[in-house]
Each structure stands twice: as structure tokens, then as C-alpha cells.
Design a protein around this ligand. Structure first.
Ligand SMILES: Cc1cc2nc3c(=O)[nH]c(=O)nc-3n(C[C@H](O)[C@H](O)[C@H](O)COP(=O)(O)O)c2cc1C
Length: 409
């Protein structure tokens, strides 16, 4: 009974694959979930509401104005652990991506604060349509879980991408979102990402070229292995679900948010490119082009990694050293000075692995003096290597043991 105590709302829309949702709902119920189905008007053309009511033991809701709840689109979603739309038509994808709430299901989607899961299914041409693809990427950016459709025979007689995956695969995906598995399960991981911007005046700032891609790849890799992930970043949300996402702009704001969230963390990965200096005075008005030279006096920003190192305890602390020269010397110095467990060094002067590149090549230094060198790889693969290196640390084993003791009271 994997899903005992889980309240799951299943949205069914008007696609030919709606019949498969019966099997999914049955599996969710058999595994202990309290399931409530919400159908669109069109979905009823494909399957009768009574089928879902019988499978769930709960009434199936369709209409906004004739359910027993007073405010159904708010009450139904309260305390829900997930809202899963299976199958998701091009229509519901478009409506949700654009904030349209013209029936019960689309209104519920806007009111939901729980994780939302979509399993799109449609004809290949519909799926590949630029409007549908742009709506899907918008949903991903909103943190919605999107399960890729399968490639295969489609009801319209063609073959291609657009088929609803087998109910058992959807069931596993839902379980994995609700109860992530993996070595980082039960661990809180904080990742910082992006480059900070230090304002000079209302329109100008001192910044750097960091894209945040490495930080987000690390957050994704940690989440994949079951971690509860918080990201503090200067970049907007990525296209996958995060437990907590805080947007900041300056080094001082990042410092404040990292400290606010530090106590509950087990692993802290400081992948952000934080400015070392900030203007002493931020001009209230735009600086005018009056003289040939302009001198802006700078002061040191707070050193986040150093301060965390002072209160490290049993937490695992990982820093980055983006260098343009003497990479290894600076990385080892940083490891010792900041009291970090790992330093990930990369040569940002190399255009193949620079700040906004999709790829990276790193050397990972640990406290025993061991150096692990990666090949030139996509940042997502580099992230997997770094996360696995963290999992290999003795300190991680200790942390898991402590959590085991805690879990048993
Ligand atoms: C036989 C038939 C099958 C359909 N299958 C799909 C489908 O698989 N995916 C899809 O996006 N739309 C499909 N449609 C179109 C939708 O039913 C239509 O866009 C409808 O407005 C969706 O409404 P809803 O999203 O509120 O359920 C189908 C229509 C018919 C008549």
C-alpha cells in the first residue's frame, strides 16, 4: 500500500486515451490512495463518470455549479497531495498555460498548490504543433511535472509521438513524485545558482556571465535521487519541480536567504557566481555622462561559503572555484580556507566549458587530497558525477546513519 493517506485528484479530459485512466485510477485506489476524479464535459463523451465513481468510491465531479461543495474549485483541491491530469488534451494544456479557468478542472488547476502532473496524449501533428509545444514548455517552467508521451500507434491510424504511456508507467511516475526514492531520500539539499547583480544606480549593475545552468543541473540531479531541494537563485524557475525556489538579485540578498534556510539543510552546494565586490554607494538616480572618467568605489560582499564553513558541523559543504589560471592551486586553497568538503574547480576561460555553455569539465577536490577529473560532458552529466561524489563521502554515510537513528526516534 504505497499511497496510504495520499489524497489524489485525477483530472480526465476529452482524449481517446481516457479509457486508460480507469486502469490508472484502479491502481491508485488499490495502493491506498483516496482518489477523486474530475472530468471535463468532453471527457464524458469517451467514458462515463459512473465508472470512476465506482472505482474510487467517491463522486465524480464535472460541473462547477452543481456539486455538493459550496466552492468546489477551492474545496476539492484543499489538502490534496497531487492533481494529475491523465490524459491531458491539447486544450487543457493550452488553457492552463494561459491561465484560463472556464470549467471545474481548469479552475482547480489554478487554485492548486500541490504538485501538478500532466500526461499529454494526442495526434502527432497536434503534439508537434508550435502552439502546443510552447504551452508545454510554459507549463514546465511553471514547475508542472510533464510525462513525455510514448511513441507508437495512435488511435487516428498514424504512428508517432503522442500516445499515452501505459497506466503502470504513469502510476510509477506519480508514486515517484509523491514518494521519491533514492540515496538522497530524507536529505535536504540547498543549491545556489546564477550570477549576482550588484546595482550601481537604478538602471546599471555589476554582474557576471553565469547562466545558472550548472546549479539547476545539480538541483535536478539531487531531486532525481530523492532529495528535498531548495534553490536560491538569480535566475527564474527551471522546467522541473523544486520543493522551494527563492529568487534573489544581489550577493547580500543571497547571503541572507542562504542563512535563513541553512539550519534545516544537510547538503549545501554553492554553485552561484557571487560577486566579490559591490558598490559602496548605490546612486539614487541614473549616473549622467558628465566626465571622461567615472570611479565607482567597491567594498567586499559577504563571503557566504566562509561563513557557512564556520558553522559547518556535520553538514556537507560544496563550493565551486571558477578560475582562469592556476586552477588546482586556487581550488585546494579554497577547500582549506572555507572548510568545505568538496571544491569543484572549472576553467571558465575555456570557451567550451564557459559560463553559459551546455557543457562543463571539472576537477573535484576532496579533503583527503583526492582529485576526480571529469571528461567534457553536458552539465546534467557533470551534476550526476558531483552528486555521486557527495554520496561517496564518509560524512554522507554518517549523515544517513544519524537520520536513520532520528527516524527511529
Ligand atoms: C474521437 C476524438 C478523439 C480525440 N482525441 C483527442 C486526443 O487524444 N487528444 C486531444 O488533445 N484532443 C482530442 N480530441 C479533441 C478534444 O476532445 C477537444 O479538443 C476537446 O475540446 C477537449 O476538451 P477538454 O480539454 O475540455 O476535455 C478528440 C476528439 C475526438 C472527437
Amino acid at each position: 500500500m504505497k499511497l496510504i493517506d495520499k489524497k489524489i485528484l485525477v483530472g480526465v479530459t476529452g482524449g481517446i486515451a481516457a479509457y486508460k485512466t480507469c486502469d490508472l485510477v484502479s491502481q491508485l485506489v488499490k495502493n491506498g490512495a483516496d482518489v477523486r476524479v474530475i472530468m471535463t464535459e468532453s471527457a464524458q463523451k469517451f467514458i462515463a463518470p459512473i465508472t470512476f465513481s465506482a472505482l474510487t468510491g467517491n463522486p465524480t465531479s464535472i460541473h462547477m455549479f452543481d456539486t455538493k461543495e459550496n466552492i468546489p474549485h477551492i474545496e476539492l483541491v484543499q489538502n490534496a497531495h497531487m492533481l494529475a491530469v491523465v490524459p491531458a488534451t491539447a486544450n487543457i494544456i493550452g488553457k492552463f498555460a494561459n491561465g484560463i479557468a472556464d470549467d471545474l478542472l481548469s479552475s482547480l488547476l489554478l487554485a492548486a498548490t500541490c504538485p501538478i502532473f500532466f500526461a499529454p496524449a494526442m495526434n502527432i501533428n497536434m503534439y508537434q504543433n508550435a502552439a502546443v509545444q510552447s504551452n508545454i514548455s510554459r507549463l514546465k517552467k511553471m514547475g508542472i511535472f510533464i510525462m513525455e508521451p510514448d511513441v507508437g500507434y495512435l488511435a487516428c491510424g498514424t504512428s508517432g509521438k503522442g500516445r499515452l504511456p501505459a497506466p503502470v508507467k504513469i502510476f510509477e511516475e506519480i508514486c515517484n513524485i509523491l514518494e521519491p526514492k533514492g540515496p538522497l531520500c530524507g536529505c535536504n539539499v540547498l543549491v545556489t545558482a546564477g550570477g549576482t547583480r550588484e546595482p550601481i544606480d537604478p538602471v546599471r549593475y555589476i554582474g557576471n556571465r553565469s547562466s545558472g545552468k550548472m546549479g539547476y543541473a545539480l538541483a535536478g540531479a539531487a531531486r532525481k535521487l530523492g532529495a528535498n531541494v531548495t534553490v536560491i537563485s538569480t535566475i527564474e524557475k527551471p522546467d522541473y519541480y523544486l520543493d522551494k525556489h527563492i529568487v534573489v538579485e544581489t550577493a547580500e540578498e543571497m547571503y541572507k536567504e542562504v542563512l535563513n534556510n541553512y539550519a534545516e539543510q544537510d547538503i549545501i552546494i554553492m554553485a552561484a557566481a557571487v560577486a566579490d565586490y559591490m558598490p559602496i554607494n548605490i546612486q539614487e538616480n541614473k549616473i549622467k555622462k558628465t566626465s571622461d572618467e567615472l570611479i565607482i568605489k567597491l567594498k567586499r560582499t559577504p563571503d557566504i561559503l566562509s561563513d557557512l564553513g564556520l558553522n559547518k558541523g556535520d553538514k556537507i559543504l560544496v563550493g565551486f572555484a571558477a578560475e582562469t589560471e592556476e586552477l588546482e592551486k586556487f581550488a585546494m586553497d579554497k577547500l582549506v580556507k572555507k572548510n568545505a568538503d568538496l571544491i569543484i574547480a572549472n576553467d571558465v576561460s575555456n570557451p567550451k566549458i564557459g559560463f553559459s555553455s551546455e557543457n562543463n569539465q571539472v576537477a573535484i577536490f576532496d579533503r583527503t587530497g583526492c582529485v576526480t577529473r571529469s571528461d567534457l560532458l553536458p552539465k546534467t552529466e557533470i551534476a550526476d558525477i558531483i552528486i555521486n561524489k557527495i554520496i561517496d563521502l564518509d560524512l554522507f554515510k554518517k549523515l544517513k546513519e544519524q537520520k536513520g537513528v532520528d527516524n527511529h526516534g
